[in-house]
Design a protein around this ligand. Structure first.
Ligand code: AMP
Length: 266
């Protein structure tokens, strides 16, 4: 990139940028003298039956948003530039096993491999990621520690629509009817958080029961639930309530799969 001096900040994205990405880019631009964004729809993190080919691509609008957020350097590599003929994969054990990792085999290998490559190309001092993808945060933290990557990670809280739906590039796939139903995910997590805060010493057994109730409620509203659980974001394993634990959820409405999570706070 030919950029020297100061603090280089980095926001890796897959494009189809929205206000969630914008918040990350704005924070990066505020905190770093050289803010850099990448836009790369990474084929390696999509499964064979997933939406790689129909993933939204809106480069012109994306570049405009980057500029408005104060990020003038935008890296838009192609697959050949990132991978060439190389076949090396990074696998982060443990934190990539459950939840998204169980449902999307190979997904986090694709994420870790591309983020490591992007870090090596962009050489940021600080990199920004959204809590929206909490397991991705865990995988990248673990990789940075394991490989001693010289980068500081900043995780930013999820940006939501006014009805609670977390912004996502995939929200545009929702039909009008399903769009109305989608905020139920956030509402359900918020209800569970309240229940837990009323009984902070809740054991894991009762916690499991509460989670099962919420899964059933979502199923009855028309969701196909992959998981809903209370986890420790450092280990991505089920946990009791602690200051760090989060409620995570993944569910399909129609053919659109949504993921979300919240901290458990009053
Ligand atoms: P993606 O383009 O989906 O790979 O996301 C790029 C980055 O933006 C990731 O670090 C995401 O966690 C983050 N992100 C996605 N949606 C949101 C949101 N609604 N609020 C905050 N960050 C987000």
């Amino acid at each position: 990139l030919g950029l020297t001096g100061g603090v280089r900040g980095f926001v890796p994205t897959m494009g189809a940028l929205h206000r969630g990405h914008f918040a990350l880019m704005e924070q990066c631009a505020k905190e770093c003298s050289t803010p850099v964004v990448s836009i790369f729809v990474n084929p390696k993190q999509f499964g064979p039956t997933e939406d790689f080919s129909r993933y939204p691509r809106t480069l012109e609008a994306d570049l405009e948003l980057c500029k408005r957020a104060g990020c003038k350097v935008v890296f838009t590599p192609d697959s050949e530039t990132i991978y060439g003929n190389a076949t090396t994969t990074i696998h982060v054990e443990g934190v990539s096993e459950l939840y998204e990792g169980a449902i999307r085999p190979g997904h986090f290998d694709g994420v870790a491999t591309v983020v490591n490559a992007l870090f090596n190309i962009v050489q940021p001092n600080v990199a920004y990621f959204g809590w929206k993808d909490v397991q991705q945060c865990a995988v990248i933290s673990n990789m940075v520690e394991a490989l001693h990557l010289p980068v500081r990670l900043q995780f930013c809280e999820t940006v939501r629509e006014s009805d609670g739906l977390a912004l996502s590039s995939r929200n545009r796939y929702l039909s009008a009817e399903n769009r109305k139903l989608a905020p139920t995910l956030f509402r359900t997590m918020t209800e569970l958080a309240k229940q837990i805060l009323h009984q902070p010493n809740l054991g894991r057994e009762l916690m499991d029961e509460y989670c099962a109730e919420k899964r059933d409620a979502l199923t009855n509203s028309g969701f196909e639930v992959d998981y809903l659980d209370v986890i420790d974001p450092a280990t991505m394993r089920p946990s009791r309530f602690t200051a760090n634990s989060r409620i995570i959820v993944a569910a399909k409405i129609g053919s659109t799969r949504l993921i979300d999570n919240i901290p458990i706070q009053s």
